[in-house]
Design a protein around this ligand. Structure first.
Ligand SMILES: [Ca+2]
Ligand SMILES: [Ca+2]
Ligand SMILES: [Ca+2]
Ligand SMILES: [Ca+2]
Length: 301
């Protein structure tokens, strides 16, 4: 608790002793509460809010900006002045529990009564969105796709297709997904599969059985999927069996690639000032914390 909050509480208690009219004692406990977001009623209107259900209080920040999208990285923080009247920071207490519907539905329930309301008359909001994580969800954590071990994931590109491994679902461009190439058949062994035993796991090797024919080209029906091409005599998959070879064909990389991107939006409001009839409640820098959202995007060839 800040010195100002302590001072305020002390003053509140002092006031309580002489006037128990409408003294406001806020708990203002939002640190452990999830930040939520809804679209407002108007175009480019948004409302960020936190609800502390244990004491029926909420804080919301409503603003209009055509610069903000929670799935776009900000090149510089979006700054909004609360004193210009188009965006507002509001603290409320209610007579009963509320849910996100209170802020997200167009018509809030009439059963909910605001028992206390504080609106900041000044302050400067800073909104920033970054990419917190990108991953191909191929069975290997993004950090573990640092093949050369230099800490820069963007320069690990095993197959040279300009898609770094941590964002590449087929790391060796052999038309078999990494997630399919990793599991091995050995009980109690979590190592990635290495069919030809050359020390290079299948998911990073373009000729998995080391027979001189690229896995991608062990695709007899040329449908872009070597997993449905088997030796008619043995039933073995051509691409995993050096003894079985089909007539060589030339097949290009054919798989779509899907990346999950997690965006993180952080909101800080500097120099806010809540004023009511009984005095001021101030908090120089109120941090809303952050909200994350994940979207999947697919690139087709
Ligand atoms: Ca990968
Ligand atoms: Ca592969
Ligand atoms: Ca492979
Ligand atoms: Ca091969």
């Amino acid at each position: 608790m800040s010195v100002k909050k302590l001072l305020y509480l002390f003053l509140s208690i002092a006031f309580l002793s002489c006037d128990d009219g409408d003294i406001i004692v806020t708990s203002f406990e939002f640190d452990d509460v999830d930040l939520q977001l809804c679209n407002g009623a108007g175009e480019n209107e948004f409302v960020f809010f936190k609800i502390n259900q244990s004491v029926n209080e909420a804080i919301s920040y409503n603003f209009v900006s055509d610069l903000f999208s929670e799935t776009e990285v900000t090149t510089a923080p979006i700054t909004l002045d609360l004193s210009d009247g188009t965006n507002t920071l509001i603290y409320r207490q209610f007579n009963s529990a509320i849910t996100s519907d209170y802020y997200c539905s167009i018509i809030p329930s009439s059963d909910i009564i605001i028992t206390e309301e504080l609106i900041s008359s000044s302050g400067m909001a800073e909104i920033e969105t970054i990419i917190a994580l990108e991953d191909d969800n191929d069975g290997i954590d993004a950090a573990d796709e640092d093949i050369n071990g230099n800490g820069n994931l963007d320069d690990d590109d095993t197959d040279g297709d300009m898609i770094p491994n941590y964002k590449d679902q087929d790391d060796d461009n052999d038309n078999i997904l990494t997630s399919v190439e990793i599991p091995n058949d050995i009980p109690d062994n979590d190592n990635p599969r290495d069919t030809d035993g050359d020390g290079i796991p299948d998911y990073l090797e373009e000729d998995d059985d080391n027979d001189g024919i690229l896995t991608r080209n062990e695709d007899a029906n040329e449908n872009g999927n070597p997993r449905d091409d088997r030796d008619p005599n043995t039933g073995a998959l051509f691409y995993l069996d050096a003894q079985s070879t089909n007539t060589a064909v030339m097949v290009a990389p054919a798989l779509d690639n899907t990346i999950q991107t997690t965006y993180r939006t952080t909101i800080i409001i500097n120099q806010i000032e809540f004023i009511d009839n009984n005095g001021d409640f101030q908090d120089d820098n109120f941090s809303f914390g952050f909200k994350e959202t994940t979207v999947a995007r697919t690139t087709t060839l």
